[in-house]
Design a protein around this ligand. Sequence first.
Ligand code: GCU
Length: 339
Amino acid sequence: MKTSKAFAALGSAAAMMLALSACGSGSDSGSETGGETQTLRLALNQTETHPSYIALDSFGENVSEGTNGAVEVEVYANETLGAQQEAIQLVSDGSVDMAVVSGTQLENLNEDFRVFNLPQVFDSVEHQMKVVGDDAVTGELYSSLEDQKITVIGGFTQGTRSIYNKDRPIQTPSDVDGMKIRVQESDVQLKMIELMGGAPTPMAFGEVYTALQSGVIDGAENNEVSYLTQKHNEVAPYFSNTNHLVGIDYVVINTDAYESMSEEDRAVFDEQWDAAVTEHTDLWVSETEKAHETLEAAGTKFNDVDTEEFQSVLQPLIDEYVTTDSAKKLYEDARAAAE
Ligand code: GCU
């Protein structure tokens, strides 16, 4: 079966039931103005110490305050409303209102999203945020899933991703040879590890710790913040600075839920979203530094690699995935915004 088809399959019934029972109806009459409160449940797969939780939690407080309690955002951390693959389907069918999903999930719904999931597209977090926050570049992309009732409100950085593993420092792509490396459920990610010579193993984020611990996989790839907040350092102590790509998360909302806000409330929501992106990006920088220090003190073995060797091995991804006119346009716009 083609992987993208497999990934588009609906998530587990268990997660769906959990989400539905957790959600109930989205409205009640608790607002300070005495009107109905629209409560937006947001699915997140990170812990409550992760920058995405912190920024979205204050986003919720600010939206509530700005709308006098007419719109509330409740963030459910730790995959309690389902892993990302389920969460995106639940947002589409309206049983969950919002979710944070990696760009790798959205490439399974519209292939153009692949462009921003590729190595060598973004040079830095700053460059990435300039591109993903530019309506002129992303306007069409972000509204392209509205026929599936998914509106993308914007992006949060995932920072720079690197490979970590249980056994040894990785210095060159050939060190990845034969290693089972967990990837997100995405064609781009599968191909990326294959090009390094590794055996890619797709799985949900929340399953990675146990898979590392039990030896189902040898390693994974992520940023230092998630590596620490998920405690992967406990079971995979070798962190090699491959810096192979700058990843992107998107915050998505059910299109009907978004459109059912009054114009005034939606303006508050949008304005507070912009503030949340700024808070998230600032936090990202400080939390990455802190994570690095904490990890070093806790015994993680960091090593530098020849990043150019990794880049040259991964170069074919651009030719393979930037083929249509719309993908080429996104790629060119992104590169044009580089320093
Ligand atoms: C990052 C990202 C998540 C993603 C995770 C993963 O932590 O922020 O959205 O799910 O990587 O590798 O699955």
